[in-house]
Design a protein around this ligand. Structure first.
Ligand code: DQA
Length: 145
């Protein structure tokens, strides 16, 4: 059976393409999904993209991933810097976890330099624009291959 990768996106990423394009670029989350689907096909993986502005919904989807996914790619957005609950949920997941940030968070405000999710992530991408998601998908292929 083809392995499923969940690509989870946190708050405000539904506005990708419209939101601060000077930081996050003009591509949309639909473009992210199309790129990831294409790399997933190349790597013999399946993927499903989710976005939520609600912490609890992200946690519920991580719990669902425990049953349905072999790996998680997550851009927790602002929850990266605040959410022990998302870290705890990721700690219940057994497969590889890759954290993605579109912007280079370490070049930005100090509050963006700390990530709770990095305490669990097996790899972290920051500053590759939306290309970070497809690079993460390729790395997922290598990890699960
Ligand atoms: C982000 C960086 C976060 O600091 C910010 O809150 C986001 C997006 C990124 O993809 O660069 O919403 O995760």
């Amino acid at each position: 059976m083809t392995k499923m990768i969940y690509i989870l996106n946190g708050p405000n990423l539904n506005l990708l393409g419209k939101r601060q394009p000077e930081i996050y670029g003009s591509d949309t989350l639909a473009d992210v999904e199309a790129q990831c689907q294409s790399v997933a096909r190349e790597c013999g993986l399946d993927c499903a993209l989710f976005q939520s502005n609600h912490e609890g919904q992200i946690i519920d989807t991580i719990h669902e991933a425990r049953e349905k996914a072999a790996g998680i790619i997550i851009n927790p957005a602002a929850y990266t810097h605040t959410s022990v609950a998302i870290l705890d949920a990721l700690n219940t997941f057994e497969g590889p976890v890759i954290e993605v940030h579109i912007s280079q968070v370490h070049k930005r405000e100090a509050f963006r330099h700390h990530s709770y999710v990095s305490l669990r992530a097996d790899a972290v991408m920051a500053g590759f624009g939306i290309g970070g998601y497809s690079l993460a998908m390729r790395h997922m292929g290598a990890l699960l291959g």
